[in-house]
Design a protein around this ligand. Structure first.
Ligand code: CMP
Length: 135
């Protein structure tokens, strides 16, 4: 069945004018963009979004980074959306990302890794609601 995932284009990729390139790869990958918003996160909101990582050593830096500039939030629709999107973006650490993936092309480091992708259907719903509300 068609289902949905959630993505953010992160501040470094927005700052470096890769919104179009990344959305182009997403559409070429067969995803339909069903919600789209460019927005600045406060540190508080960024911290809420990544609350599951609150105990991780990289959390404070991540919150600072994610509130350092505009991000683009989107909801994407495709069969098998969550898994197929994680394939399209590649590994969290761009050093491990496959050729042809968004992170291979655009990510600069394990933190500034260009895009976020939900890791489960449940989190996709939670993350989409965080930006776009329940619909
Ligand atoms: P994302 O998939 O959005 O989920 C958590 C984010 O934390 C991750 O992408 C990176 O931007 C950031 N991060 C920084 N360091 C690490 C790390 N060592 N492991 C995982 N994520 C990290």
């Amino acid at each position: 069945a068609t289902n949905r995932t959630f993505t953010m284009i992160k501040p470094d990729a927005v700052q470096e004018s890769h919104i179009g390139g990344i959305l182009g790869m997403i559409e070429a990958g067969g995803f339909r963009i069903v919600e789209l918003q460019k927005i600045n996160l406060t540190a508080e909101r960024a911290g809420q979004f990544y609350a599951v990582h609150a105990e991780r050593p990289f959390y404070n830096d991540l919150v600072k980074y994610m509130s350092s500039g505009a991000i683009v939030a989107a909801v994407l629709e495709k069969d098998n959306a969550v898994a197929d999107f994680r394939t399209l973006i590649g590994a969290t650490n761009p050093a491990n990302a496959e050729e042809g993936t968004i992170r291979k092309k655009y990510a600069k480091s394990i933190e500034a890794n260009a895009v976020h992708g939900s890791d489960s259907d449940e989190n996709a719903q939670i993350e989409a609601d965080f930006f776009f509300g329940s619909k």
